[in-house]
Ligand binder design. Sequence first.
Ligand code: GLP
Length: 253
Amino acid sequence: MINDLFRFKMKAMKVMIFESKIQAAQFTSQQIFNHIKSNPEEAIGLATGATMIPVYEEFVKLAQAEPIPLKNKYFLLDEYLGMNSLHPESFRNYIRRYFQDPLHLQDDQFIAPYEGDFSSVEESILHYETQLKSSHGISLQLLGIGQNGHIGFNEPGSKIDSTVRRVFLTESTRLANKAQFPHEEVPREAVTTGLSNIFKSKKILLLATGKSKALAVEKLQDKMWDSDWPATSLVHHHDFLLVLDKEAAERIR
Ligand code: GLP
């Protein structure tokens, strides 16, 4: 049992604050595990980024301690344009490394909004949307957050009704993700699921850890949609849980 420091509600949004990053990650992985256990047929939305690495590591430990069927479909939020699943820095490869392979899951359980195997970006997006529809949408969407408030790759200025599409990355996001690209330039474009797709998820869990996320987290408190801070599109979702460590919560009033 991991105890949170604070727990409160801001309108529909529930907030939980943990002493450390690892406690926040453990709690998050337990939530995903419980959700999959009770909803073995439903689609799960997976996020990537450094924040999620301990979440998947903890999830693997939970699944090893208590094997449950993991037959769900798993949808990735976003992917760099032009990268195929074998590219070491692709999000698809990240998910393979931290989630799929340790859990011995099948390739056809994973759907990314951009997969290099399709003849065009449009075809890849169509495939993603078709799969999403046939899975009846996302049951639990896991999210990280960018320092500039992006979710998926919905950068500042994204429309609240945006759908799966090709996007340009901001320079600040490219800079923040530079550590993942030691040998090459950070891509300039990506394909992301839209803000409206994310909002349609039945449940949303956003995990933010570290001081660099504190400003983006603070914006969620204002409870109003602000297109400069795309994550604010979530504040009126009926089942939105915000999980923070102390550092990410330092600007919460
Ligand atoms: C990336 C991804 C997001 C992720 C965010 C935070 O660019 N597109 O899905 O949540 O940025 O990443 P990190 O956890 O590495 O800070």
